[in-house]
Structures are given as structure tokens and as C-alpha cells.
Design a protein around this ligand. Structure first.
Ligand SMILES: Cc1cc2nc3c(=O)[nH]c(=O)nc-3n(C[C@H](O)[C@H](O)[C@H](O)COP(=O)(O)OP(=O)(O)OC[C@H]3O[C@@H](n4cnc5c(N)ncnc54)[C@H](O)[C@@H]3O)c2cc1C
Length: 326
């Protein structure tokens, strides 16, 4: 049997969106391989109903391990124990820094092959083939595993969470031993870097600002527009402005920042460098404002506005407010 073990990150009583995507993807792939997808949750007193709820995303079984959540090492211990004691051919992670850390640690522990930043997985001849963009996303490499266990770490937002309509997952307690290295660190505080209301990766509307905003105070224009949209809107930034200290690192989009796919990505004063593009190109609608008609961002925008953002952004904010009030 080719079962797949999926790591399910949870926080504050909810499963992370990328983990739900990974569970859905794992369930689809396991069915194609003739196996099952199981999920693993780790934490202190993980609610049974939270674990069981993964059944509606296709997990047949949810393994619950007691231990300190949020750190990679205990999860490496728990996942390694589940894989050694079970019948798993693949381990799947939804992406994010913790997923990278656990996946890499698990690969070292098991002597397993690992593929990171995976954007697609397909089943072929009873095996999984992971696809990973390379060379600044200009080509795709395909990875097949020779090791008994293959580790697949998705790119953020690569896998879509889909409710399968299945019943609750069977919940089982997993016993494992914490390695000495897993006991060397503890989490003192866990929380959002910029307040609980800002969730760049989960936002429907992102107003992203670049060096064209001119100065740190220029971000007020982006914040006003995001506030006018209201609801699930947030402000994002390029690395150039983050490095310059104009905006917090947590808002950086791109190769060395976050990968997002909102319904609307409005890029203001952003040139559209390849390292920025790879983090936002999957957005449903891309609108760019740039005073340079030859800026590369226009090559991959759905709508381009050539002009001065200092004039256009306030007008857009007024227009959005007026539309909301009408
Ligand atoms: C290894 C590596 C990793 C990197 N990772 C990332 C990453 O994760 N994310 C990222 O974003 N970058 C990353 N970069 C940097 C990237 O190459 C670019 O330098 C950066 O994205 C440029 O940011 P920008 O668009 O804000 O600035 P610029 O390239 O300087 O562009 C500013 C734009 O604003 C326009 N503009 C100026 N004034 C106005 C105005 N008044 N109205 C309208 N438009 C105006 C200009 O025409 C210009 O197009 C990385 C680079 C390297 C080498």
C-alpha cells in the first residue's frame, strides 16, 4: 500500500489553510496510488474533534501526538516514529518555513529523498512525481524518489483545500519519544508579527508597495486603499523597501519572502523583478501602477495603469469608498 502522511499545522483551534490544501492533495494522490492519506497533528491536548475534522478533506486517519507544537524537532521525532511504525511511502507538507524545517529534518533522519517548493504532484506507474519550478520559475524539474520514503514539501498555496464530503477521520493517539535535541528549545511566545488582523497569505486583496512609493510614509497610500477595500485586505511590499526598513519583513512577497495568490494583487511602484514575480504571479487579477510604461510588471499584469501613484492611489481609494457607500 502507498499511504501518504500529511503534516497538519494547527493554531488557536484551527487547521492552517496550507495544511488543509496538503491534506486534500494527499487524499487525491493516495486514492490514485490505491492507498490512504493520514494526517499528523502535534500539540498539547489537541482537540479530538479538530483532528477528526480532517476527514472532510479526505484524511482517513488522524494521528495525534502529544508534545510542544510550533518547533520542528519534536515534529521530526513524531513523523519519523509514525513513518517507521506505519506503512507510508510519502510524507507531504503544505509549505511554509516550519514545513521546510521539518521536511528537511525528516529527510536527514530517514535518509529519504526530499523535494521542496513543489507546485504540482502527479501519480504515474504507482509512484509520485513531484514538479518543482527552477531557474527563477522558467523551467520545471521532475523528481522521482529512489528512497523507500519520499518527502514532498509544497510551495505556499500550491495545493488547494477541497472539502471531500467524507465523514470524520479516525483519530488515533501516536506514541513516540522526544529526542534529546528536541528538548533543547522551547517556544516562549507564539503570535502574529504584525497583529492578528494581518494575514498576507490568506488575504483576498493585497495592495503591494515598492520603491516607487518614495519613502516609508508613502505606505500610508497603500494602507488607505487596503482599508477602503476592508474585509480581508492587507498591505504587502517588495524586498527593496523591506531591506530599506520602510515596511516590516513579514509583508515581503517574492523568492525570499512569501508566496501569495489573492483575488486582487495591486502593485504600486513595483518594477516587477523576477524575484518579486515568483511570489505573486498566481494572483487571480494583477493590476499595476507604474510611471514607466516599459516596466516589466506590465508584461504579466491583467490591467496596467501608466502614471504617478501619488495621484492614482488616492483617487482609487475615494472610488472604492464611494462604491462601498453606494
Ligand atoms: C537573491 C535575490 C532574492 C530577491 N528576493 C526578492 C523578493 O523576495 N522579493 C522582492 O520583491 N524582491 C526580491 N529581490 C530584489 C529584486 O531583484 C528587486 O530589486 C526588487 O523587487 C525591486 O523592488 P521594487 O520594485 O520596489 O523597486 P524598483 O525596482 O526600484 O522599482 C520601483 C518602480 O517604481 C516605479 N515608480 C517610481 N516612482 C513612481 C511613481 N511616482 N508612480 C508610479 N511608479 C513609480 C519605477 O518606475 C520602478 O519601476 C531579490 C533579489 C535577489 C538578488
Amino acid at each position: 500500500m502507498a499511504n501518504i502522511l500529511v503534516y497538519a499545522l494547527h493554531y488557536d483551534g484551527a487547521i492552517n489553510k496550507n495544511s488543509l490544501g496538503a491534506v486534500s492533495e494527499g487524499a487525491k494522490l493516495a486514492a490514485e496510488l490505491g492507498g490512504e492519506a493520514h494526517a499528523l497533528l502535534l500539540g498539547e491536548g489537541v482537540p479530538q474533534d479538530l483532528a477528526a475534522s480532517l476527514g472532510s478533506y479526505g484524511a482517513k486517519k488522524a494521528l495525534v501526538a502529544e508534545g510542544p507544537d510550533g518547533l520542528a524537532q519534536p515534529l521530526v521525532d513524531a513523523m519519523a516514529a509514525a513513518i517507521s511504525g506505519g506503512d507510508y511511502k510519502y510524507a507531504l507538507f503544505g509549505g511554509g518555513l516550519l514545513g521546510f524545517e521539518i521536511g528537511a529534518g525528516l529527510a536527514a533522519r530517514l535518509g529519504a529523498g526530499v523535494a521542496m517548493e513543489v507546485t504540482n504532484v502527479r501519480a504515474e506507474g504507482g509512484e509520485l512525481i513531484a514538479e518543482r519550478p527552477i531557474l527563477g520559475d522558467s523551467s520545471i524539474s521532475e523528481i522521482k524518489y529512489r528512497s523507500p520514503v519520499g518527502i514532498i514539501i509544497g510551495r505556499l498555496n500550491a495545493f488547494e483545500a477541497k472539502e471531500s464530503g467524507d465523514g470524520p477521520a479516525v483519530v488515533e493517539q501516536l506514541s513516540y519519544e522526544l529526542s534529546p535535541q528536541a528538548q533543547q528549545s522551547t517556544i516562549l511566545v507564539r503570535g502574529e508579527q504584525r497583529g492578528a488582523d494581518v494575514d498576507i497569505e490568506g488575504a483576498d486583496v493585497l495592495i503591494a508597495g515598492g520603491r516607487g512609493l518614495g519613502k516609508p510614509e508613502g505606505f500610508k497610500l497603500a494602507e488607505d486603499l487596503a482599508a477602503a477595500f476592508g474585509g480581508n485586505s492587507a498591505v504587502a511590499a517588495t524586498r527593496a523597501v523591506v531591506d530599506a526598513g520602510w515596511y516590516p519583513y513579514a509583508a515581503q512577497i517574492g523568492q525570499t519572502g512569501k508566496t501569495v495568490a489573492p483575488k486582487l494583487y495591486l502593485a504600486a511602484g513595483i518594477s516587477g523583478a523576477i524575484q518579486h514575480k515568483v511570489g505573486m504571479q498566481s494572483s487571480e487579477n494583477i493590476v499595476a501602477i507604474n510611471k514607466d510604461a516599459n516596466a516589466p510588471i506590465f508584461e504579466f499584469s491583467d490591467l496596467g495603469i501608466v502614471g504617478d501613484l501619488n495621484k492614482i492611489l488616492p483617487k482609487l481609494t475615494e472610488a472604492v469608498k464611494a462604491k462601498k457607500e453606494s
